[in-house]
Design a protein around this ligand. Structure first.
Ligand code: DLL
Length: 440
């Protein structure tokens, strides 16, 4: 791992506010957002149905009385039916692509952009960014919130930006080398892709000038972090967000790398059992649900993210007083139910990364040719281990099979494929093909 060390620095005082003051601020903001959503048809109707008004919100516990919001609700009011301000006040629209084709749009006023920028600046500074750095951003600039969101945050910190955007990896490597970028921002899978392409070009990725990176936008595991840090010789930080809530900047790691600090002066977070919708005890995994406290254009109450994570309210040595979230353990909707067992793709990734010789490129295919679910995990083998000796390959396959079984409790069919045969992704990776859906 790189010798880079992060000195703890706080970007703004709100991050270390005493809990009582933070909670008083949250309550005042919660009442204000409940008053502001009165213009939004979905919330107006829900408030009527539940006989609620902003005046009836007297404590933070009253949050539980508010209606939940889902992605389907946003779809029902497509394209911009959740606006809480007149259209003239909108200065930007972003969106997230769904599985159904039509994106979900999110809108920002100029005040929203300002606070979003600040949120990104906060977590970047917590994770080592300083004005002296050169930052290579390999996120898409477009409807996706990754490129513009991070760009604004880096700009506010005063560091230099190379807005490389997505694609053309050999060119990205050239830019990183020639401009001596010391910070890399992209998805974790793309960071590994950069390392791989560098190797193909005869460049040891660890010799690239990057010292640390901020990665997010898709699920990744602790083992994947170790792999990225080793390959690129960097320190890798995790950051989390989603378009509906604001984009990147909802939470990010500090130098302690012990969970991602949630920007609680802007968001109220709940961790709920996705079936009963009751809060889970602190530290238990549950679905994260966010209420935006400060957004003007499209505030959301109790937005169900479908992301499963744990919360941790124990004090962090960095001095920030905000609750931390674990890495995302899975999603309630990419959760695969295989012969009755809940399996997250991240568990399969964890198993693969434990086996020496596998590359972190894999595809999980689920099918039900008869009455039973069958899972095939296709995984690339590292070039140096790909061999034409049948026995060695069989042993490797058996080891992977055992590891997956230990972690998930299910048996899968493992197919080893040649290096470089699976698709590479420049944005978010797509690891699961569920053929049961096509058959249904
Ligand atoms: O991915 C925002 C973002 C961009 C965050 C860049 C961080 C960096 P969406 O496209 O709306 O927004 O996708 C949101 O991506 O609900 C999670 O399932 C997943 N996700 C985002 N960050 C992480 C992360 C952006 N660090 C969805 N770990 C979320 C795991 C993540 N999953």
């Amino acid at each position: 791992m790189a010798s880079f060390r992060v000195e703890n620095r706080i970007w703004d005082r709100a991050e270390t506010m005493p809990r009582e003051r933070l909670e008083a601020t949250q309550l005042q903001r919660l009442r204000s957002v409940c008053a502001r959503v009165a213009n939004v048809p979905f919330y107006r109707k829900a408030f009527e149905r539940l006989s609620l008004s902003w005046e009836s919100i007297e404590t933070l516990d009253d949050l539980r009385r508010l209606p939940l919001t889902t992605k389907d609700d946003l779809r029902e009011y497509y394209p911009l039916g959740f606006l809480a301000v007149p259209r003239e006040q909108i200065v930007r629209v972003h969106g997230s692509s769904g599985t159904t084709g039509r994106p979900t749009f999110v809108a920002y006023t100029s005040a929203d952009l300002d606070l979003w920028t600040n949120m990104c600046a906060r977590f970047l500074v917590a994770g080592g960014l300083r004005a002296r750095h050169f930052v290579h951003i390999a996120f898409g600039y477009g409807l996706f919130t990754g490129g513009f969101g991070l760009h604004q945050g880096v700009e506010r910190v005063g560091a230099a930006i190379v807005p490389a955007a997505a694609g053309n990896t050999p060119r990205q490597i050239l830019l990183m080398k020639d401009l001596s970028a010391d910070v890399l921002i992209c998805t974790p899978s793309y960071a590994l892709n950069i390392a791989e392409v560098a190797r193909e070009q005869g460049i040891d990725p660890a010799t690239l000038p990057v010292a640390f990176g901020h990665f997010g936008g898709e699920p990744w595991t602790e083992d994947m972090r170790v792999r990225i840090e080793k390959e690129l010789g960097i320190v890798a930080f995790n950051n989390y967000g989603l378009s509906e809530v604001i984009g990147p900047g909802v939470s990010g790691e500090c130098a302690c790398q012990n969970g991602m600090h949630i920007q609680e002066d802007h968001f109220l977070v709940e961790c709920l059992n996705p079936d009963t919708l009751e809060p889970v005890p602190m530290g238990e995994p549950g679905e994260l649900v966010f209420t935006t406290l400060t957004k003007e254009a499209m505030p959301l109450l109790r937005y169900r993210t479908r992301d499963i994570a744990r919360l941790d309210d124990s004090p962090c040595p960095c001095g920030r007083t905000t609750v931390r979230m674990s890495r995302v353990l899975g999603r309630t909707d990419d959760m695969l139910i295989i012969r009755g067992v809940n399996v997250f793709p991240s568990q399969i990734e964890e198993a693969l990364l434990r086996v020496e010789g596998t590359a972190p490129h894999y595809v999980i295919e689920v099918d039900r040719p008869g009455s039973l679910d069958e899972v095939t995990v296709r995984v690339e083998i590292r070039p140096e281990l790909f061999s034409d000796k049948m026995r060695e390959m069989h042993e490797l396959r058996d080891r992977i099979d055992r590891e997956i079984h230990t972690i998930t409790g299910i048996r899968v069919r493992v197919e080893l494929v040649k290096p470089q045969t699976l698709e590479r992704f420049i944005g978010k990776s797509k690891r699961v093909i569920d053929r049961r859906i096509e058959r249904a």
